[in-house]
Design a protein around this ligand. Structure first.
Ligand SMILES: [Zn+2]
Length: 661
C-alpha cells in the first residue's frame, strides 16, 4: 500500500508528535468522513482548448491513433463549457462542480462598483502594511498577501477529507494554490516576478516607435559603443524604498566584431550566444536591501547581431527553488521538481503571445519557445505518471490553447491576416500539437491498469476570431452610454470620458455587461427591481438582434441574463448580462478595459486569431473516457461529482453537476 505510506508522511509532516505516538495505522489517521475505495484511480489529462471538431476530423483521418483507440474502448463526446467560456471560468466550473454563481469567477476581469475600476479576477493582493518588516521578508513578496478569489471547495480538498491523495498539476485559476496538503502546482493566473501576466524585455538598436505601453512587455532602444551594449533589466518594485522604485540589474553585451556572436555578462554570469540561439535559464537576484534579494529566472534570445542588434529577454519567472510567492502546495513540491528538472517555467501561461503579437518574436521563434514549454511539460508528466500509484493525477497542458490562439490565421482562409505562403509553412502547427497530445495519451494508456478511470478533457473548443465588437460603442450608439466629451471618444481607458450621471450600462472584461445600478454603483442611475429588470431584457434583446453591416451576421448570438443562467450564493456579484459572441466574433482588444472606440465593429488584425470567448454552444470542449458515458450532454461541472463518485464519495450539496457514468 504505497499510497498510504505517502499519505501518512504528508499528514505526519503537518501534525504534532501526538499523532506519531499513535503509530502509523492508516485507520487512525483517516478522518471519519467516509470510506474510500482504495483500488480506484483517476488520471485526467486537461488539454486546454482542444477542439472536438478538429479532434474528430484528425481521428477519422487516422492521425491520432491513441485518441481513436480510447474512443473505441470507451466514449467520446462534446463537453459543455461555461458561460462565458473563458479558461479561468471554465476550469473553476470543473474544480468546484458549480457555475460562476457558486464560485464567483465570472470573467478575467471583475470591476469595483465603487470606483468603476477593473480588478483582476484570479488573485487579490491585500496590502498588509504590517508585514513589510525586516524580520519577515521572504514571504509574502513585497509585504503583500495574495489570496485566491475563487469560492467553494476544490475537488482535491474534498478528496483530502477522505484521505485520497491527489496531484494537481497547473490547474488554471488556482493561484495562489488553494490550501491543501495535496501536491499542487499553480498554473494560469500565476504572475511573473514583476507581478504581471507577462513582461518581456526587448533591446534593439533598430529605430522603433517606442510605444509607452505595448501590453505585455517593454522595448528598449540601445546603442553600441566599442562593440558593447550597456543596459539593464527591470525587476520588481522595491517595497523597502519609500518611493517604491523599480529594482533593476545592469548587464553588458559584448558583440564579436566579426562573427554573429555575443557574450552577455549579468551578475557574475557570463554566457555566449550565437545569433538565433536561446540561453538556458539564467538565475537573477534582485537586491532589495543589503541582506535580502528576490530571485527570478529568465531566458535570453539573441535574435540578431547585425546590421541591427536585437536581444529578447523572456518574462522573469518566479524561481521555483526559492519561490518568492506561493506557487505550490506543499511549498516543497516546487522545490522537489526544481531539484529533479532544474529551473522551470512557473509563470501561469508561459508562452509569450505578446512578443509574437508585437513582432518581437516571429512564428518560428515563438514555436521554439513554446516547444521548450511543451518538452518540459512532457518530461514532468513522465515523472508524475511513473509515480502515480493511487488516488488522482490531474495534468494540464497549455500549448494546445496557445498555439490555436496564435496560429488559427494559418488555417482560416477568411482571416484578415491569412497569407498562403505562411499558411503553407505553418498550417500544420495546430495539427502537430494534437499529434503530440496523442503521444502523451498513448503513454498514459500504456501505464494505467484496469482500475484507473482515464479522462481526457478540454475546457472549451476553438473558433476563428475575425471581427471584433465594441460593446461600449454599441451601448453609446443605442443611447445607453454617454460621454463627457464626444470628440475624445476612443482615446481613454477605464471610462475616464464617461458621464455616469447619464449612463445606464457599461461593459468590462471579455464578456460582461453591467447596469449602472443605483445603490450598487457609486454613481448608479437605474433603480434596482422592475426598472433594471426591464432594461436588462431590452438590452439583451437588442444585442441579439444587432447585425454586422459588413457581413449581415449577428455578432452577438446569445446575451445571457445572469440570474437566468447562474445558481449559487454569488449570483448578485455577476455581470448583469454575459455576451455570447457568434462564430468569428469576439470583444475587441480595447473594450475589456473600459474604452469606447469610435467604431462598433472592426477587423481583428492581431496574430491572436483564434479564440473561445463566444457563446458556449459554438465551442464545446472534448470528453474522452475509458468508460461508457451515460449522461445525455455532460458539462464541465458534471465531471467533479463524477470524480468523487469513482472514489465512493457522495457529492456535496452545493455542486450542481451530476455524475456521467
Ligand atoms: Zn485560451
Amino acid at each position: 500500500m504505497k499510497g498510504i505510506k505517502r499519505r501518512d508522511f504528508i499528514k505526519l509532516g503537518l501534525t504534532s508528535g501526538a499523532l506519531m505516538a499513535l503509530g502509523s495505522s492508516s485507520e487512525l489517521l483517516t478522518k471519519t468522513h467516509g470510506k474510500r475505495d482504495t483500488q480506484k484511480k483517476v488520471l485526467i489529462l486537461g488539454l486546454d482548448g482542444m477542439d472536438p471538431h478538429l479532434l474528430e476530423v484528425w481521428m477519422k483521418q487516422g492521425k491520432l491513433p491513441a485518441f481513436q483507440q480510447l474512443w473505441r474502448q470507451g466514449d467520446f463526446c462534446r463537453l459543455g463549457t461555461s458561460i462565458p467560456p473563458q479558461s479561468p471560468v471554465a476550469w473553476s466550473n470543473f474544480v468546484t462542480g458549480m457555475n460562476p454563481g457558486g464560485h464567483a469567477i465570472f470573467d478575467f476581469l471583475h470591476r469595483d462598483p465603487e470606483t468603476y475600476f477593473p480588478k483582476f479576477s484570479g488573485a487579490e493582493t491585500l496590502d498588509t502594511k504590517s508585514s513589510i518588516r525586516i524580520g519577515n521578508l521572504v514571504l509574502p513578496l513585497l509585504g503583500e498577501e495574495v489570496r485566491l478569489t475563487r469560492k467553494g471547495r476544490a475537488f482535491w480538498q474534498t478528496l483530502e477529507d477522505y484521505d485520497i491523495p491527489a496531484t494537481v498539476f497547473k490547474m488554471p485559476g488556482n493561484y495562489p494554490p488553494a490550501s491543501t496538503k495535496q501536491r499542487t502546482l499553480s498554473g494560469m493566473g500565476t504572475p511573473d516576478l514583476i507581478g504581471n501576466q507577462n513582461t518581456f524585455n526587448y533591446y534593439t538598436t533598430e529605430f522603433t516607435e517606442i510605444k509607452q505601453d505595448i501590453g505585455g512587455g517593454a522595448i528598449h532602444e540601445v546603442y553600441i559603443a566599442e562593440n558593447k551594449v550597456e543596459t539593464s533589466l527591470p525587476g520588481p518594485v522595491n517595497p523597502f524604498k519609500k518611493d517604491r522604485t523599480e529594482s533593476s540589474i545592469d548587464f553588458t553585451v559584448f558583440i564579436d566584431p566579426v562573427n554573429p556572436v555575443a557574450k552577455i555578462a549579468i551578475q557574475g554570469n557570463e554566457f555566449i550566444l550565437k545569433e538565433g540561439e536561446w540561453s538556458p535559464w539564467i538565475r537573477l537576484h534582485f537586491r532589495m536591501i543589503p541582506t535580502q534579494s528576490i530571485n527570478g529566472i529568465c531566458m535570453f534570445y539573441l535574435k540578431q547581431v547585425r546590421p541591427e542588434f536585437k536581444l529578447y529577454v523572456s518574462s522573469i519567472n518566479i524561481d521555483p527553488a526559492t519561490a518568492a510567492l506561493p506557487i505550490s502546495t506543499p511549498k516543497s513540491y516546487a522545490e522537489e521538481l526544481e531539484k529533479k528538472f532544474g529551473p522551470f517555467f512557473t509563470k501561469g501561461l508561459p508562452a509569450d503571445t505578446k512578443a509574437l503579437d508585437n513582432n518581437v518574436l516571429d512564428d518560428a521563434e515563438f514555436l521554439q519557445q513554446d516547444d521548450f514549454i511543451l518538452q518540459e511539460r512532457l518530461a514532468m508528466f513522465e515523472y508524475e505518471l511513473q509515480r502515480f500509484d493511487s488516488g488522482l493525477l490531474f495534468y494540464y497542458v497549455s500549448s494546445t490553447d496557445q498555439r490555436q490562439h496564435m496560429f488559427w490565421r494559418h488555417i482560416d482562409k477568411y482571416s484578415p491576416l491569412y497569407d498562403p505562403k505562411q499558411a503553407a509553412k505553418y498550417g500544420r502547427t495546430i495539427e502537430n500539437i494534437y499529434v503530440e497530445m496523442d503521444r502523451m495519451l498513448a503513454r498514459s494508456m500504456e501505464k494505467i491498469d484496469k482500475d484507473t478511470v482515464l479522462i481526457v478533457m478540454s475546457d472549451h473548443g476553438f473558433s476563428p476570431f475575425r471581427r471584433s465588437f465594441n460593446p461600449n460603442s454599441w451601448l453609446k450608439e443605442y443611447g445607453y452610454h454617454k460621454l463627457i466629451n464626444e470628440w475624445r471618444q476612443g482615446r481613454e481607458d477605464l471610462f475616464m470620458n464617461t458621464d455616469w450621471s447619464k449612463t445606464k450600462a457599461y461593459s468590462y472584461g471579455l464578456n460582461g455587461l453591467y447596469i449602472n445600478q443605483k445603490g450598487r454603483e457609486s454613481e448608479g442611475i437605474v433603480n434596482p427591481g422592475a426598472e433594471k429588470e426591464a432594461l436588462v431584457r431590452e438590452i439583451a434583446h437588442k444585442l441579439e438582434s444587432f447585425r454586422d453591416p459588413q457581413t449581415g451576421e449577428r455578432p452577438v448570438l446569445r446575451a445571457f441574463v445572469a440570474k437566468d443562467v447562474y445558481q449559487g450564493s454569488y449570483v448578485d456579484e455577476a455581470p448583469d448580462i454575459i455576451i455570447g459572441y457568434n462564430q468569428g466574433y469576439r470583444v475587441s482588444w480595447s473594450a475589456p478595459l473600459g474604452r469606447v472606440p469610435k467604431e462598433i465593429l472592426e477587423d481583428n488584425t492581431e496574430k491572436w486569431s483564434g479564440d473561445h470567448c463566444m457563446a458556449p454552444e459554438i465551442i464545446p470542449g472534448i470528453l474522452l473516457v475509458n468508460r461508457e458515458i451515460k449522461a445525455e450532454s455532460p458539462a464541465l461541472y458534471d465531471l467533479t461529482p463524477t470524480i468523487l463518485q469513482v472514489f465512493g464519495i457522495e457529492k456535496p450539496k452545493e455542486m450542481i453537476g451530476k455524475p456521467i457514468f
